[in-house]
Design a binder for this molecule. Structure first.
Ligand code: MRU
Length: 347
């Protein structure tokens, strides 16, 4: 069953509120860029590719508003909205990649009437949206070829339809394997602190009829030791030029465990997630979020008041722990500096 985390109506962005899942399927409408920026910050919409698509539509909403004002202010107002959107979440490179694409269109339409500029910006946002689904379907097919039949895949966080424009990256591989007739089961880490695995991955797979078992993050070692996991597949927020990969906090220890148990560790990501301008993982900015996400759970305190909390949203998995990076341009194998450049070009 199709999961649509975001939809464009022509004058509004509609987001499935991911903070309310699995209890409620609530859709929210956004008519201005500030609302979209807040939706990204509060994770109504989350997942690197979905953030990029939402931000692109945020620019369109800003342009629609600016087109009603003085023509000489149009470009400055849209650029300011893009800057605001860029300050929401620092790690997912798809956000900056999408805003760059929108910025290039804004530069190109400088001399045109605002209404014509809005139309071109909207067309670009729609392209970013549809291209992401196509990229996921393609990388899904490539990744599915790596899986045995039957197989059990362990995943972390949510790199599914909800995290993208649709279909998913890590879960796109799972879906493509299922669609190719393979019997595939998923073990989903719950993914503390915000439980994207338990709440979101389990929700979308269960809806899709794909068998899924949720485990607490600290059970992954025991599960891998049992010997019935064939592959670990995760998504990515940013892949550096050398293959080092930032993804949801807890991905790195999973990669260490996979190496110890000789289980292949795959990263699935569209080319918009690869950032050749960043040489290695140390140069990837890691978002730190508010302490309350860790010190409270379901409204109840889990940490005594006054106790320090560290809440990085992502960690970096060094390239040498990664078996392959599955992109829509092909499957990159170590050494990644060469294989990623060969697949994607220097860009
Ligand atoms: O903080 P989140 O929920 O936005 O983190 C999401 C992830 O870490 C995903 O694995 C990543 O963005 C890839 S989504 C296809």
């Amino acid at each position: 069953m199709d999961v649509r985390p975001l939809d464009w109506t022509g004058d509004r962005l509609v987001l499935l509120d991911q903070t309310r899942l699995p209890a409620e399927e609530t859709y929210r409408e956004y008519a201005d860029a500030e609302g979209v920026a807040r939706a990204i910050e509060t994770m109504v919409v989350r997942g690197a590719p979905a953030i990029g698509v939402a931000a692109a539509y945020g620019v369109v909403l800003a342009a629609r508003t600016a087109a009603e004002g003085a023509p000489d202010r149009f470009r400055g107002a849209v650029a300011a909205a893009a800057d605001r959107l860029a300050r929401t979440r620092p790690t997912a490179v798809n956000l900056f990649w999408a805003l760059d694409r929108m910025g290039r269109v804004l530069g190109r339409v400088a001399g045109k009437a605002p209404a014509a500029a809005v139309a071109e910006l909207e067309a670009e946002a729609r392209r970013i949206h549809t291209e992401d689904v196509a990229a996921n379907q393609r990388l899904g097919r490539l990744g599915a070829g790596l899986l045995p039949d039957p197989c059990t895949v362990l995943t972390h966080c949510n790199a599914g339809a909800l995290a993208t424009a649709g279909y998913g990256t890590a879960l796109g591989v799972v879906r493509a394997a299922r669609d190719a007739g393979k019997r595939v089961r998923v073990v989903a880490d719950e993914t503390r602190p915000l439980l994207q695995g338990a709440r979101l991955t389990a929700w979308e797979l269960h809806r899709d009829g794909i068998p899924v078992t949720v485990i607490c993050d600290n059970m992954a070692g025991a599960r891998l030791r049992r010997g019935d996991v064939d592959a670990v597949i995760v998504g990515a927020d940013r892949v550096a030029a050398n293959g080092d990969t930032a993804n949801k906090i807890g991905t790195y220890p999973l990669a260490v465990l996979a190496r110890e148990h000789r289980v292949p560790f795959y990263v699935a990501a569209p080319r918009s997630t690869v950032d050749p301008s960043v040489p290695d993982g140390d140069a990837i900015p890691i978002e730190e979020r508010e302490a309350g996400e860790v010190s409270r759970c379901g409204g109840a305190a889990t940490v005594p008041d006054g106790v320090a909390v560290w809440n990085p949203a992502f960690d970096v998995t060094p390239a040498d722990l990664i078996t392959a990076i599955v992109t829509d341009a092909g499957v990159a194998r170590p050494p990644f500096t060469e294989s990623l450049r060969a697949l994607l070009g220097p860009r």
